[in-house]
Design a protein around this ligand. Structure first.
Ligand code: FUB
Length: 326
């Protein structure tokens, strides 16, 4: 295992698109927010599995001042105390999806029956233009992952409401207590569909959720019998949320959960419970102040609930978290 030291945090590294990725797992400590300072990371998703948090992110590698997303791979980090992190050897690259052209956009990993399914948004090749959702599978949360289907699970032509090519993005998966799995996704329009037990086929027709000013980045979690649907609201994005007693709705809109993240027009949250605390994971543009919305960095802050189950507005901090148990 390699250790990252302060000296290795060189700004030039962020912008070096062809940087050779480490071939061994790498250890580092987070020192407040952003939690990862040696790479730009975006679109966090997290999985709690066997005493650890696995954090999955995209990676921004646009050149300085390049105002577009340049993203070729997804990254995987793990921790057992929210302070000491391991970056795992590169677990997934767009090249794993032979039918895709590129763009490692937002994603989420979920475990079922000892296998790990990584749902990703990616650009399809010219045989079905636009963004699509693919699935990779692995035997371990840190990979290696391989394309689970050999084609896209969802393609742009399957949804027509928004009439844009990037509406089929930002997958989030959720398995309810009865074992039924659901995939929610979308930009402008929020869709969901049931998944079959094997997690790589759809079971039934697409349904829609209408929540105020939905932009993208849905995330579903459940607590004390309430389903929570958080999502990016407006643009630049705040995070808003709705609650329901039933995953099929009706969803009750509950307002803003997180304000616009500093120096960044997207926000992209994940919400987890780990060792009796709740965490709100998101990205901002704070790592390199002038870099902005296409050079993002993942941050984590605490999430608190009110007695009635509503969530308190997140306080974004630069101090970040205390190690678990401290
Ligand atoms: O990272 C590319 C896109 O930006 C994601 O898919 C959206 O959620 C936004 O964060």
């Amino acid at each position: 295992m390699k250790k990252i030291t302060g000296m290795s945090v060189l700004l030039t590294m962020f912008f070096f698109e062809n940087e050779v990725s480490s071939q061994t797992d790498t250890l580092f400590k987070s020192n407040g927010n952003p939690i990862i300072t040696h790479k730009f990371t975006a679109d966090p998703a997290a999985l709690v599995y066997k005493d650890k948090v696995y954090l999955y992110t995209g990676r921004d590698v646009a050149a300085p001042k390049e105002n577009r997303y340049v993203m070729h791979e997804w990254l995987c980090f793990s921790t057992s105390d929210m302070k000491n992190w391991t970056e795992h050897v590169l677990p997934l690259n767009v090249k794993a999806f032979k039918w895709a052209k590129g763009d490692a956009w937002a994603s989420q990993v979920i475990e079922r029956n000892g296998k790990f399914y990584w749902y990703v948004a990616i650009t399809h090749d010219s045989t079905n233009k636009g963004k699509a959702i693919g699935v990779a599978v692995a035997d371990k949360p840190e990979g290696p992952f391989a394309d689970a289907i050999g084609k896209a699970l969802i393609t742009n032509d399957m949804t027509t409401e928004a009439n844009i090519s990037w509406d089929d993005i930002d997958p989030t998966v959720f398995i309810d207590d009865d074992g039924q799995a659901y995939l929610f996704w979308g930009n402008t329009t929020l869709h969901y569909v049931k998944l079959t037990e094997n997690m790589i086929e759809m079971d039934g027709t697409f349904k829609r959720v209408d929540v105020p000013k939905f932009t993208e980045a849905p995330w579903i979690h459940k607590r004390n019998g309430w389903f929570y649907l958080s999502y990016a609201y407006e643009f630049p994005e705040k995070i808003a949320y709705a609650m329901s007693r039933n995953i099929n709705g009706p969803w009750l809109y509950k307002g803003i959960l997180n304000e616009i993240a500093g120096n960044c027009n997207t926000n992209h949250q994940a919400i987890i419970e780990f060792k009796d605390k709740w965490y709100f994971i998101y990205h901002n543009g704070a790592l390199v102040p002038d870099a902005g919305s296409f050079h993002r960095s993942v941050c984590i802050d605490y999430l608190y609930y009110n007695k009635d189950g509503t969530m308190k507005r997140v306080i974004m901090t630069s101090e970040g978290l205390k190690p678990v148990g401290k």
